[in-house]
Ligand binder design. Structure first.
Ligand code: 48F
Length: 256
C-alpha cells in the first residue's frame, strides 16, 4: 500500500535538507545554461560546494533550441574535448566543425553537474546580490513563480565565497550589481558595455578572455561575459560556452 502522506513527507524532508546544505557555499552559480552547468560540474568535481540556481524549471538555457529550433549544435575542435568528457556523442561535419544533438548535450551537462555533487535548485531565481565591504558575497533568491504572480514575498539569502553570473544575454546579476550595489564593474567604462551583433569567430575568440572576475567576488561566464564586456554574439556555436564554463571554474578553483 502506497501512502500519499509518506510521499509528501519524503519530498519535504529531502528538499529541506538540500536547501539547508547550500546556504553557505564555495560558489553560487546563477543560470543553468551550458556555461553555468559546465562551471558547476567542474567545481563540484574538484570537491567544492556548489549550488546552481535556474529560474526556469528546465535546465539548458538556449541550448535546447540549437539554431532556430533545429535541435543541433555546432562546436569547434577545442571544445569537442569537453563534450567527450561529458560523454556527448559528436560527428564531424568539416575540419573544426562538429555537431551534437542539443537534447543529448543538455541532459549530459545537467547529469554530470548533479553527479559531480553540484546542487541544482530550479524554479528559483536570483533577484539581488549580498554585498559586504564592497565585495559580492552571496545571492538573494526567490521563487520564480512568486515573481511571475507579482507577489510581494521577501527573499532568502545564500552566502558564497564566489558568485557566478551565467544568465546569458541579459547578464542579470551584473546588471543588479551595476544598478544598486555601489560596486564598480571592471570594464572600460565601469558599466555593462552591452552585447554586439553577430560575429561568430570574434565572439568565440574573445569569450575566454572575457570570462573573469568582473567585480570583487563576482565572475562572468558564457554569453554574459561577452555581453558585459561589449563583445559580439555567436549564434548556435556552443564551444565558447563550454570553454568559458571550464575557465571560470579553473580561476575560481585557483582562488578557493
Ligand atoms: O542563455 P543561456 O543558455 O546562457 P549561456 O550558458 O549560453 C548561451 C547560449 O545558450 C546561447 C548563445 C551561444 O550560442 O549565445 O544563447 O551563456 O542560459 C542562461 C540561463 O540562466 C537562467 C535562464 O533561465 C537560462 O536558463 N537565468 C536567467 N536569469 C536568471 C536565471 C536569474 N536571475 N536567476 C536564475 N537563473
Amino acid at each position: 500500500m502506497l501512502e500519499e502522506t509518506i510521499i509528501s513527507k519524503a519530498i519535504i524532508d529531502s528538499y529541506h535538507n538540500k536547501l539547508s546544505s547550500i546556504i553557505d557555499v564555495d560558489a553560487a552559480i546563477c543560470g543553468g545554461g551550458p556555461s553555468g552547468l559546465v562551471c558547476a560540474a567542474s567545481l563540484a568535481a574538484a570537491g567544492k560546494k556548489v549550488v546552481l540556481f535556474e529560474k526556469k524549471l528546465s535546465l539548458g538555457g538556449g541550448m535546447w533550441g540549437g539554431g532556430m529550433m533545429f535541435n543541433e549544435i555546432v562546436v569547434q575542435k577545442k571544445a569537442k574535448k569537453i563534450l567527450d568528457e561529458f560523454s556527448v556523442r559528436t560527428k564531424k561535419y568539416k575540419e573544426n566543425y562538429y555537431l551534437a544533438d542539443s537534447s543529448e548535450c543538455v541532459c549530459a551537462l545537467g547529469y554530470n553537474a548533479v553527479h559531480s555533487g553540484a546542487v541544482i535548485i530550479n524554479g528559483v531565481f536570483a533577484e539581488d546580490v549580498m554585498v559586504k565591504k564592497n565585495r559580492i558575497c552571496g545571492l538573494v533568491i526567490n521563487w520564480s513563480a512568486a515573481a511571475s504572480a507579482n507577489l510581494h514575498v521577501d527573499p532568502l539569502t545564500v552566502r558564497a565565497k564566489f558568485v557566478v553570473d551565467a544568465t546569458g544575454h541579459p547578464s542579470e546579476v551584473v546588471k543588479v550589481v551595476e544598478k544598486k550595489s555601489g560596486v564598480k564593474i571592471k570594464t572600460k567604462t565601469g558599466k555593462v558595455l552591452g552585447e554586439k551583433s553577430m560575429w561568430a569567430h570574434a565572439a568565440e575568440n574573445t569569450i575566454e578572455k572575457n570570462t573573469r572576475q568582473i567585480a570583487p567576488g563576482l565572475f562572468v561566464t558564457g554569453m554574459c561575459a561577452n555581453a558585459v564586456c561589449g563583445a559580439p554574439r555567436m549564434g548556435p556555436i556552443f564551444g565558447g560556452m563550454l570553454l568559458s564554463g571550464k575557465k571560470c571554474a579553473k580561476i575560481i578553483l585557483s582562488r578557493l
